[in-house]
Design a protein around this ligand. Sequence first.
Ligand code: 13P
Ligand code: SF4
Length: 337
Amino acid sequence: MDINISTAKLNLEKNGFLDVDVDPTIDLFAEIERLKKEKNAILLAHYYQEPDIQDVADYIGDSLGLAQQAAKTDADIIVFAGVHFMAETAKILNPHKKVLLPDLKAGCSLADSAPAPLFKKFKEQHPDHIVVSYINCSAEIKALSDIICTSGNAEKIIESIPEDQPIIFAPDKNLGAYLNKKTGRNMLLWNGACMVHEIFSLEKITRLKMRHPKAKLIAHPECEDPILREAEFVGSTTQLLKFAVKDDAQEYIVATETGILHQMQKDAPHKTFIPAPPNNACACNDCPHMKLNTLEKLYLCMEHELPEITMNEQLRVAALKPIERMLEISRAAGLIG
Ligand code: 13P
Ligand code: SF4
């Protein structure tokens, strides 16, 4: 075996990915296509991945679409171009398949905001509550939950629960507050948030709107309330994309991670999409976790089938139940096929 690869494998845990130089003359798109066929692998990518990765994926979607694809694929290998909790969800649904993630360190600030031991104590203090968790959480949190939801189905999931049933919603306080408003519930919210969606500046957005008076603000529900109140449409990444394509405006200010703009621009090439400005010195808003995946890391992980997601079986079985519940409710509500 190539000495570089042996060393990279030894350092995999430390680095999170296979740290080997890739020959710059290789056509990575062609190589990834070849590996997909040879290995009967499916490549699933989230909208927040870099454009090159989106372009080579078999399926691009939001967390709900990706979970559904992972649940129904008959591929032998699932390559997940997204973050850890997404690949972990695919593994929970597919214990006998190999699930690969180009960089194991592609985490999620929202998932990290709910450490399982603390959340377990919180849950024990409210024994009459059931737990609905946003899919952006660890397998341990999923195992402590009754139903999982995504931004694409959260309202329907909450509405499926009897009105007099107290609910804990974790880990995203912004999505939870938005859902409380939409459904009239009073869910108890865990104090977590996404670093990408919390940073948008209402002041800068207002100034931007003055320069683009016809632009519509569209936002992901992980954003804070003042942004959501100003938004003309709120939805998951897939819902934002569908809205932007169908709607009759020509300009949009998009308050979510900038990766989604690639598909928006592809699906509606004559429209203008402006990333909502964050409250820092930058002009756009990238998720540093999502953007850890690169085309090179993706190629290496498919070639060498590493890094791979592994999981304790007892934890997997416990985490599977609330995900299956989510898929059942989503099917019954006609949100997935
Ligand atoms: P959706 O994929 O449900 O739109 O959520 C966005 C997100 O933050 C994923 O990490
Ligand atoms: Fe997590 Fe936010 Fe990045 Fe999504 S955008 S992966 S919620 S940190």
